[in-house]
Design a protein around this ligand. Structure first.
Ligand code: ADP
Ligand code: MG
Length: 239
């Protein structure tokens, strides 16, 4: 039996530079998996390969036993929220959220219902008519989250979605993300360089270092049983 989401020996090179090497993991449905590690360690590259923005040099990704690599990005049914995943500035909040459904030719009645439900989920009920420029940074990220979730993708990718926000707002939205994860059961792959954030959010953490995974486990496992000196230093470091 194959896993829900299986990342198999992914490698990515840019010319002479090896960005990612031997990245493998099995992710369970509904799991919250975080890619943690310092800048340049290959976290985003791995996520972009999952999203279909980049092709791996070697390796495979299987969703429900089927390779994703030949499926174009927009057909992978994977939701995405990025640090600067900007909203469409000329579209209202409601139309931003509706966009993935319009692309999929969903009918208007269903669009209205789904947009309403997902805005409720991110606690932005009543904001559909607003323009993005009239929303705070935190609200805009919640709109981006609503847009990513509106078609119920089985997998949601988030690349440092909170790093542009201040600490208080970051902690507030961390709680929101946890609640939404529990409420929807969506499988989340989350990238951060912040070990506190990783420990707070994740079921498991994959700790990246120079394009390789040092260790995969719960925060507790990494903390209590670090496989390498790097893991001990990175997880223990509470700057
Ligand atoms: P992280 O997200 O962990 O900060 P990245 O996955 O962005 O790391 O980058 C891993 C390595 O790959 C870095 O050395 C980075 O400079 C390099 N890299 C990433 N994207 C490209 C690209 N498009 N072209 C060349 N090198 C890249
Ligand atoms: Mg990155």
């Amino acid at each position: 039996m194959s896993a829900f989401l299986s990342i198999q020996n992914i490698k990515k090179t840019y010319g002479n530079l090896t960005a990612v090497e031997n990245v493998s993991m099995e992710i369970k449905p509904g799991e919250f998996m975080t890619f943690l590690g310092p800048s340049g360690s290959g976290k985003s590259t791995t996520l972009y390969i999952l999203a279909g923005f980049q092709d791996p040099t070697a390796g495979d990704i299987l969703l429900n036993g089927k390779s994703l690599l030949s499926t174009p990005s927009h057909q992978r049914n994977i939701g995405m929220v990025f640090q600067r995943y900007t909203l469409f500035p000329h579209l209202s909040v409601g139309e931003n959220v509706a966009f993935p459904l319009r692309v999929r030719k969903v009918n208007n009645a269903e669009i209205a219902e789904r947009v309403n439900n997902v805005l409720k989920l991110v606690r932005l009920e009543g904001f559909a008519e607003r323009m993005p420029a009239a929303m705070s940074g935190g609200q805009q990220q919640r709109v981006a989250l609503a847009r990513a979730l509106v078609y119920n993708p089985p997998v949601l990718l988030m690349d440092e979605p909170l790093s542009a926000l201040d600490k208080k707002l970051r902690e507030e939205i961390q709680l929101e993300i946890r609640r939404i994860h529990q409420q929807t059961g969506v499988t989340i792959l989350y990238v951060t360089h912040d070990q506190e954030e990783a420990l707070r959010l994740s079921d498991r953490i994959a700790l990246f270092n120079q394009g390789n995974i040092e260790q995969i486990g719960s925060g507790q496992e990494l903390y209590a049983n670090p496989a390498t000196r790097f893991v001990a230093d990175f997880i223990g470091d509470s700057n």
